[in-house]
Ligand binder design. Structure first.
Ligand SMILES: [Ca+2]
Length: 380
C-alpha cells in the first residue's frame, strides 16, 4: 500500500474521502491543468490561450483558422493518463493529442464535443498539445483538463521552470505571445486552412504550384524524428507557394533552383525544408513552429536567401549536414526568430557563410555555432 500511503501524505482529505467510498476516483483526481499555462498556434480576436485552463467552462480559446491549429497546456508536473476536452461549438472533425516535447501522439480521433474524455498510456509530459487537424469552423475550446496517476495534486505551483516562455494568458497583443508575428509583413498569410489534401506519393514540382492555402499531407508518414521519411513536396524547379505543410513526413525537399513563398508549418516534423541537390533558393514569407531539432537542413551546396520569415521553436534554424562542406551560403533578412536552443546556424565547413540582417530574436542562445569552423557569421 505504498500508493495509499503516498496518497495519504499528499492529499489526506481526498484519500479520506476515497476511504469512505463516497466519491469515485475520477472525481477525486485533481485537474493538473489548473494553474498551468497555455499557448497555441493562433487566437481569434478577443480570445486567449489561457482560457482553456481558467476553470471556467464558459470562457474559451478560439484560433483564427479552422484547421492546422494547436492549443497546448504546459508547466504540468507529474505523469498524466487522461485529458478532458470541453468544446463549445462541436466544430472539430479531426484531432490529435501530442506529448509536445517527444511529439508522440498520445491519442487521436474525430469529434470532440462538450465533454470528451481521452485516455492514454501514462506519460510524464510537461506540455500536452491538442492539434486541430480539421474542423468545420474555428473551434471553441473551453477547457482542457489533465488528470494523472501520480504526483501532481493540489497546491503545486512549481510548474514554471521554463525559460522566457511564450505563454499568453492575457491578451497582450504585442511581444507577449509567440504565435502571431508581431511585425507586419512577416510570416505566411496562410494561417487558416482552406482544406486538406493528402498525397500518396511525394508531389514533384516543376513550374508553379499554388496550393491555395490548403493543408498538404503525405500518407504513411508520421511526425517523428525518424529519418528517411517521404517529403510532401519535392521542388525540382520553379515556385511552390500558398501551402500549409501538414504534420506528416519530411516537409519540403529542394532538388533545384526554386522559390518558396507564403508557406506555413504549424508543426514542423523531421525538418521543415531540406536542400537535397545544389540549388539557389529564395524563401519569402514563411511561418514555422516547433521544429524539435532542425528547421532548415542543407545536404548539398546551397545559396539561399530567406526574407520575412517568422520561426519559433527549433534546435537549429539551419544545419549544414554534420562534417560536410558543400559549402552553403545562407542569408536571413527582415525576419523574426524565437526560441532556438542551440544556434541559428550550425556548420562544420570552413567555406560556409552565414549572415542575418534586420532579424529580431528572442530566446536565441547564439547566432552561429560550430565545433569546427565556418567562413563567416555576420549580424548586420
Ligand atoms: Ca475556460
Amino acid at each position: 500500500m505504498i500508493l495509499f500511503k503516498r496518497l495519504l501524505s499528499v492529499t489526506t482529505p481526498i484519500a479520506a474521502m476515497l476511504l469512505m467510498g463516497n466519491i469515485d476516483s475520477a472525481h477525486a483526481q485533481s485537474n493538473m491543468a489548473q494553474g498551468a499555462k497555455a499557448d497555441g498556434s493562433s487566437k481569434a480576436s478577443g480570445s486567449s490561450y489561457g482560457k482553456v485552463v481558467d476553470g471556467n467552462n464558459g470562457s474559451y480559446w478560439q484560433p483564427k483558422g479552422s484547421s492546422g491549429e494547436r492549443i497546448s497546456v504546459k508547466g504540468l508536473s507529474g505523469s498524466s493518463n487522461r485529458v478532458v476536452v470541453r468544446e463549445l461549438n462541436n466544430a472539430t472533425n479531426r484531432w490529435r493529442l501530442v506529448d509536445h516535447k517527444s511529439k508522440k501522439v498520445l491519442a487521436s480521433g474525430s469529434g470532440l464535443g462538450s465533454s470528451k474524455s481521452i485516455s492514454y498510456s501514462s506519460v510524464n509530459a510537461q506540455k500536452i498539445s491538442l492539434y486541430i487537424d480539421s474542423a468545420s469552423r474555428a473551434p471553441q475550446i473551453a477547457e482542457i483538463e489533465v488528470y494523472g496517476g501520480g504526483g501532481g495534486g493540489g497546491g503545486d505551483n512549481s510548474g514554471s521552470s521554463g525559460s522566457s516562455d511564450d505563454d499568453d494568458d492575457d491578451d497582450g497583443g504585442n511581444s507577449g505571445s509567440g504565435n502571431i508575428p508581431t511585425p507586419s509583413g512577416i510570416g505566411s498569410s496562410c494561417k487558416s486552412s482552406k482544406g486538406t489534401v493528402t498525397f500518396s506519393e511525394t508531389k514533384k514540382i516543376n513550374g508553379t504550384f499554388d496550393g491555395g492555402c490548403k493543408t498538404y499531407r503525405i500518407s504513411g508518414g508520421d511526425c517523428s524524428q525518424k529519418e528517411g521519411q517521404k517529403a510532401i513536396f519535392r521542388v525540382e524547379s520553379g515556385t511552390l507557394k500558398n501551402v500549409i505543410v501538414g504534420p506528416t513526413g519530411d516537409g519540403i525537399h529542394i532538388w533545384g533552383d526554386s522559390k518558396i513563398e507564403n508557406v506555413y508549418w504549424p508543426n514542423v516534423c523531421e525538418d521543415a525544408l531540406t536542400i537535397k541537390k545544389p540549388a539557389k533558393v529564395t524563401i519569402t514569407n514563411i511561418t514555422g513552429y516547433d521544429a524539435s531539432d532542425k528547421f532548415f537542413q542543407a545536404n548539398a551546396k546551397a545559396d539561399v536567401v530567406v526574407r520575412r520569415a517568422y520561426i519559433s521553436g527549433a534546435g537549429k534554424v539551419l544545419r549544414e549536414n554534420g562534417g560536410k562542406c558543400y559549402p552553403v551560403k545562407w542569408r536571413i533578412e527582415d525576419s523574426e526568430i524565437r526560441n532556438v536552443k542551440e544556434a541559428i546556424f550550425r556548420s562544420d565547413c570552413n567555406k560556409s557563410e552565414f549572415s542575418i540582417k534586420n532579424v529580431k530574436t528572442s530566446g536565441v542562445s547564439q547566432v552561429c555555432y560550430s565545433k569546427g569552423k565556418y567562413k563567416s557569421c555576420k549580424v548586420e
